[in-house]
Design a protein around this ligand. Sequence first.
Ligand SMILES: [Fe+2]
Ligand SMILES: [Fe+2]
Length: 255
Amino acid sequence: MLRPSNKDPLLQLNRLYYAAKKRTWNIDELPWDNLPLIPHFETEKWHLLWSSIVQQQLQADLFAVKASTHLLEVTEHKEAKMYYRTMVNDEARHVEGWIRLANGLEHAEGFSPYFMELEDMFWESKSLEEQVLVFQVCYEGCAIDAFREIAASSSNTVLGTMSEKLIGDDIIHHLSGIAYTEYMLSKASPTFKKDLEKKLKKYMPLYIENLSWRPPVRKWVSRFMVNRDKHIIKRNKLQLNKAVANLGLVPPFDL
Ligand SMILES: [Fe+2]
Ligand SMILES: [Fe+2]
C-alpha cells in the first residue's frame, strides 16, 4: 500500500493521468507465440487450476471496466475525468488479455460468489467517495500483491508476463484512488467521514471470505494452503487498515 502524497491531490491525479498515458501498452506485445500461456500447461489438474485463476481475474477486470467507466461518467472534476479515461482503457485491455488467455485454455469455472456480492454492494452505493475508496484504495491496493504472487509463480509464461504489466497499471490505479479520495475527503464533514467508515466496514467480511474462496477445480490445494491463506488475510487486513488510516479515517479491522 502506498501513502497519500503531501502535494495537491488533484495535481497528483493529473500527473498520474500523464504517467498512465505514457505507459500504455498493447496486448499484442505479450509473448503469445513464444511462451506457454500458463505453467503446467500439459497436466490436467494444474491446467484447470490456472484456467480458473484466469477466469477469476477476468471477473475482477470485467467489474473494473464497469466501475471505472461509471466513475468517468459521474465525476465532475476535469482532472479525474481525464484520468478515468486512461483507466477505462487499462481495464478494457486487461479484459482483452484475460479473454485471449481463456480462449487458449480448457474452461474452468472461477467466478467468485463473494465477489459478485461485493459488486452488488458497490452498485448500491450512491457515494463517489465510497466507490473510489472501496474500488481503488482497497481492492486495487491489495491486487498489486496478488499479481506479484501470480507473476512469481508463473514466470516464463504469457500469464506471468501479463501479470508484471498489471502490477504497473494497478499501482497507478491505486495511487490515483488515494489522491482522489484525499481530495474529496478534504471537503467532507466529520459526520460524512464517520458514515463512510461505517459503510467501509460492511464490505470487509465479504472481502475476507473472497480472499480464501476457491472454485471446485482448486479445492484440492486448500489443505496445503491453510497457513498461506491465514498469512494473506492478515497481510491484507494490515494493508487495508494502513491505507485507510493514511487517509485520516478509522481503519476497518480491529487487530
Ligand atoms: Fe485491471
Ligand atoms: Fe486496475
